[in-house]
Design a protein around this ligand. Sequence first.
Ligand code: ZN
Length: 326
Amino acid sequence: MLIMLHSSLVNKASSKRVPYGLMFHHFHGGIHRADGAGSLSQNNLDVLLEHAGINNILTPNDWISAFLADELSPSHRCLTFDDGLKSQIDVALPVLQKYGLKAFWFICSAPYHDEYPQLDLFRKFRYQHFDTIEDYYHEFFGRFGGVSIQSNESFKSWYKMMSATYPFYSKNDLIYRYIRDVLLSPSEYTELVETMIRSHGLSVTDLATNLWLTESDLRSLHEEGHMLGLHSDNHPTCLSKLDELHQRNQYSKNAAFIQTLSGQPISMAHPCNSYNKTTLSILAELGVKIGFRSNMTQLNYINSYYNNLQCPRADAVNILRHNCQS
Ligand SMILES: [Zn+2]
């Protein structure tokens, strides 16, 4: 029955006349530096919550119940925090507590068995250890061997699709992601960035300090009534490219970890919006009832197939830039 529920939800999502989740990642304040790539302050979060309407924001359990009963209204929102970052509880949690709001927290398990997910680790390196992101791109593109991909036809169509879906990315942001996700293999990308990290006199362990929530932080969130959900084991940027065995490994490891903290996980968000039919089947087998995408478009959406695992979300950074300018 779940498969067919809300088949029209994402079809209408681009019009934003549908309920959707608000997606949060990075925050700055205190020891957490602003990173110039859309990190939010406490004040930004306040503005965003008021824009959504505090009374429209449902708790995770209420959101799931209303979704499954087809009782969400277009103005309903839920709050979702991805990647389990320390800045989220240091900066954002006090604001949630002020309003008595509860959120979904989508957690990768790798940091808790000392295999740090690269995505946020490398992001911290490029935004916090260079004067500007353009300085990072200059070094990265140079080490890659120069960029001559802009006249490439497959790059042009990929660029058109991505810039429409993620309008807040600059041209170099997208060229970087094209090199990372399309041109390089995961191991080639890792090798290239780790070489850069070492050449700046840093180590992966240095970068991991104060980046992720501790297990104790996660237990506290659960005890306060927040919901912990899945986000893969180590956050591959292209999970859909993995075969079934490796996809299953990503989510079963992740589910086993969340289970030890808060019981059977029933929610998830797709890392980098990357999934396919195999992913959705695995998540359903694991008992996940609700899954979130990372945009409001139909990019990669699989029609009439586990629609409950493909709920739309709007990036809070994008909303702030376009609807909350004061
Ligand atoms: Zn993520």
